[in-house]
Design a protein around this ligand. Structure first.
Ligand code: ATP
Ligand code: MG
Ligand code: MG
Ligand code: MG
Length: 456
């Protein structure tokens, strides 16, 4: 039995064990280069994501996620879901096509301006494609919640790319949608909205959510910073932004290396780089760096609840029949932007270096040549690794034997599996298996029984 395309196809499903994942069967259109015109202005992530077969552009700022890209997106989503659940937030799905009425009530139909995608139905009623959902969720809660007994409440939504329709997607007709998923016109956001009885309770909620966000980014495993921010057209009193520091970012954050204070550009207005910190007045100048905004938290107060009448009867009414507006917060994480920002901040000249947490697949096993001993060992290794909790469903075999070993190894580095395992000449001669750490590119030669301990 030779290690051909055909023989592997047979071995993809073996009696008793789960089917093995073969690259020849997957939709992974990698490319050496991308065509001219693909953004060069803002970093590498756009080109890399296209080259690595993760996304394709449909039109300016609008993308399809291909299977590998979607797997990484899903992993980020899962981390977010778990952390949202840990603070008692419940998931729902709001419509994307929103009636203009509530947007007129809050004044945002005018203030959002040309970033809003506007459209009319056949009766000439006006709608927009949701750029965010404060109005919609506030109206919903206003209808359904009326007593202090029903509060607090934490509701969030997230995109569902592989559903027939895409809840949680957001639409903004961005002026410059030119850096791939970093700034899309259609993009994915996790948006959480919180409703509390008192201002104090909403401040506690705010702290809890900020902590959950910190856990989310720690679990993703890349460095991030939190900066004080202005509230812009969303409104409210307190706000923070989560950033990945990167030259490709369109934002600037200012920081004091003495007290750790950080603020975004609007917030730091009037203090600029080189000045001394107004917080700690240390004799060290403030520094600035470019950054990608990946998350944003807002304490809203009653801005939306007063206008849209999200009110409740309090436990301690001051006047008979009193109704009080709920204290709100809103919290966004740019899901699709996070995936691009990971690629932007974690790659080398060979391709993407995914953190283990969100790699599309974690291990790629590459049979170097057609040989029975090689193919048998590849299968054995696959099954051994697949038995590990962290690696279950996380392994592919690059069985595209029509491609040279060099070609397949280049692809593996481009796609960015955390571990690339090669069984070639070295294996046939010495019996040891080559295991490459994608991050350091260091190769080690290991006995088959030890590979499992090595790669997790
Ligand atoms: P930016 O300053 O980059 O335009 P924003 O401040 O307008 O972003 P928010 O309204 O705070 O964005 O939305 C919450 C999150 O949604 C942002 O922190 C970001 O991660 C993400 N996001 C916003 N706009 C886009 C976009 N055009 N493409 C991808 N993600 C986006
Ligand atoms: Mg914006
Ligand atoms: Mg911003
Ligand atoms: Mg923002």
């Amino acid at each position: 039995r030779h290690y051909t395309h055909e023989s592997l196809r047979c071995s993809s499903s073996t009696a008793g064990s789960s089917p093995r994942t073969l690259l020849s069967q997957l939709f992974l259109p990698t490319a050496k280069e991308v065509h001219e015109g693909t953004s060069k202005h803002t970093g590498q992530s756009h080109r890399l994501m296209i080259r690595a077969g993760l996304i394709r552009q449909s039109s300016s700022g609008i993308f399809s996620f291909l299977p590998f890209g979607l797997r990484s997106l899903r992993k980020v989503e899962k981390i977010i879901d778990e952390e949202m659940e840990s603070i008692g937030a419940q998931k729902l799905s709001l419509p994307i096509l929103l009636n203009a009425n509530s947007w007129r009530q809050t004044g945002r139909w005018e203030t959002v301006g040309s970033e809003l995608f506007r459209l009319k139905d056949r009766k000439q009623s006006e709608f927009c494609l949701a750029p965010t959902h404060e109005e919609e969720i506030t109206l919903l809660v206003a209808e359904e919640i009326s007593s202090y007994r029903q509060l607090p409440l934490r509701l969030y939504q997230i995109g569902e790319y592989n559903h027939a329709y895409g809840q949680g997607r957001k639409y903004r007709d961005e002026m410059r949608p030119r850096s791939g998923l970093l700034r899309g016109r259609e993009f994915m956001m996790k948006d959480l909205y919180t409703f509390d009885k008192t201002e104090e309770a909403s401040m506690n909620t705010y702290e809890e959510v900020v902590d959950a966000y910190k856990r989310i980014f720690s679990r993703i495993g890349l460095p991030y910073v939190v900066a004080e921010a202005d509230t812009g057209n969303i409104g409210g009193t307190t706000s923070h932004e989560f950033h990945f520091q990167s030259e490709a970012g369109e934002d600037v954050v200012f920081s004091c290396s003495n007290c750790g204070y950080m603020a975004n550009e609007e917030r730091a207005y009037g203090i600029k780089a080189g000045d001394l910190c107004t917080r700690c007045s240390a004799d060290i100048p403030i520094t600035s760096s470019r950054a990608i905004e990946v998350g944003h938290t807002f304490l809203l107060g009653t801005k939306y609840s007063s206008v849209l009448k999200a009110e409740f009867t309090p436990e301690d009414p001051v006047t008979p029949g009193e109704r009080r507006p709920m204290q709100m917060g809103c919290y966004g994480l740019g899901l699709s932007r996070i995936v691009a920002a990971i690629v932007e901040t974690s790659h080398d000249e060979h391709g993407i270096v995914w953190p283990f947490s969100v790699a599309p697949y974690r291990v790629c096993i590459v049979p170097g040549l057609k040989d029975v001993k090689v193919s048998d060992t590849v299968e054995r290794l696959y099954d051994m690794l697949n038995d590990k909790k962290e690696l279950k469903g996380e392994i592919v075999i690059d069985d595209r034997m029509g491609f040279s070993l060099g070609h397949r190894l280049k692809d593996a580095e481009l796609v960015g599996y955390s571990w690339i395992i090669v069984l070639g000449k070295n294996f046939l001669e010495g019996g040891k298996i080559e295991v490459q750490d994608r991050k350091t590119r260091q190769k080690n030669y290991i006995e088959i029984d030890s590979v499992g301990d090595y790669v997790v």
